[in-house]
Ligand binder design. Sequence first.
Ligand SMILES: [Fe+2]
Ligand SMILES: [Fe+2]
Length: 189
Amino acid sequence: MKTTAIKQMTAEHRHIETVIKSLEGAAAALEDRQRLDVEKLRKVAEFLRVYADRRHHQREEVLFFPVLVKRGVPGQGCPLGGLNHEHEKSRALLAALEERIAFYEQERPGADQVLQQALREIVKLYQHHLWMEDAMVFPLAEKVISEDDDRELLGKFADLDRAIGPGVIARLEQFAGGLSLRAEPIPAA
Ligand SMILES: [Fe+2]
Ligand SMILES: [Fe+2]
């Protein structure tokens, strides 16, 4: 059974992946001493905070992973313990990114380098994380979760979306879709 909850989360991964590829391009552009569009960087940070973390990670941490645990997947260790840990780490990296975007905007000495480092750390973490879930956790979940589990998850996903605001989610998905899938630099404004 290809469950709808997993289809939704897989589709979210593709939006997140698009944004992560643009960050890879932004880090390469910084290395080439190109100037980045600060407004666009702030929108990327908003996307990561609201869409990737508040929506997607909450869906996984609070709703989806507990269903897997209920169906016999260990809550600690590999893979769920590691994935929860990476969600936490992504929040710390995002806080660092937001701080470094501000340094960059203020043109502080060395801001390019520390911003580049923050971008690369986020890219590395997300690439590994998305791969683990797509290749290991979702296929495992397909085997263990029931149709009732899926229906329950979809109801709770919708509740969470209502709390965030469907307009906000649509706007952020549109933003991600407007970024190129190729790893190209975020151009200067
Ligand atoms: Fe995750
Ligand atoms: Fe995920």
